[in-house]
Ligand binder design. Structure first.
Ligand code: ADP
Ligand code: MG
Length: 243
């Protein structure tokens, strides 16, 4: 059975998130402190201590890097974008990793695609996250299909990332996108959360269909026209007729 889950209303998780970040950053910090103590007290050279410290610092960097997207104070830069080169660019970024893993990337773009009002960098971040996950789900190679189509009479664009990887067990679907949920040794468990947040900010939806051992399809739907920003000064209607 294909399992389907809607994720549009998922992200009122700020408190949970803060606790998670504190925890995730404290662990590597504790390790770093410990190894620095060891280095100080130990006369003999322990070069691998430096490697451990280095890799723990990398981990903190990675976590902070993913968090920055969420905490960026500046507003999204919404502009009309051609989605083809945007996705093409991301596919190029992931190409080396795909080739090394014996993965073939196939793109299926509809001919006539409307321009999409979006924040280019944020959407790139989403597709990088999704493609990375797809590649990581196929350690023994396979096909990674990127489909882009116009939907709803050209009012929406659908992007589907289809892999032939390990799939996601039905009982785990609800955990995807929760902060720090990961099944990977080196995972941060932040990629999906960040992606869902960005799609939500664009008034879009992200849905996951997956079958264990068969693969996963992630479909993103975005309205072509961004919702205009509400102006803070709304005139009362009907106008007040004070005497
Ligand atoms: P990370 O990749 O660091 O683990 P993500 O938030 O990107 O964190 O993904 C969370 C989890 O969701 C992954 O660890 C994996 O278990 C699952 N997942 C996401 N995408 C896929 C996919 N395409 N195929 C299989 N599992 C996936
Ligand atoms: Mg990921």
């Amino acid at each position: 059975a294909r399992e389907l889950l809607e994720h549009s209303e998922k992200l009122s998780l700020v408190g949970q998130l803060a606790a998670g970040i504190a925890h995730e950053i404290r662990n590597p910090l504790t390790a770093i402190k410990g190894f620095i103590q060891l280095l100080k007290s130990n006369v003999s050279d322990k070069p691998y201590y430096y490697d451990i410290i280095s890799s723990e610092i990398n981990r903190i960097e990675q976590i902070i890097g993913e968090m920055l997207v969420l905490s960026k104070p500046k507003e999204a830069q919404i502009r009309p974008q051609d989605i083809r080169p945007l996705i093409g660019h991301v596919a190029t970024l992931i190409d080396a990793q795909a080739i090394m893993n014996n993965i073939q990337i196939v793109t299926e773009f509809e001919e006539e695609l409307p321009l999409l009002e979006c924040d280019e960098n944020q959407l790139k971040q989403v597709f990088i996250n999704l493609l990375k996950n797809a590649v990581e789900a196929m350690p023994n190679g396979g096909k990674l299909t990127l489909q882009v189509a116009a939907e709803a009479e050209g009012r929406q664009i659908a992007v589907r990332v289809i892999d032939q990887g390990c799939g996601i067990p039905a009982e785990k679907l609800a955990s995807i996108g929760q902060p720090f949920y990961t099944t990977k040794e080196q995972g941060t468990g932040l990629g999906m959360m960040v992606s869902m947040k960005i799609i939500e900010n664009h008034d879009g939806t992200l849905s996951i269909a997956s079958e264990e051992g068969q693969g996963t399809t992630i479909e993103i739907r975005l309205p072509v026209k961004a919702r205009p920003k509400e102006s803070p000064e709304v005139e009362e209607y009907p106008p007040r007729t004070g005497h």
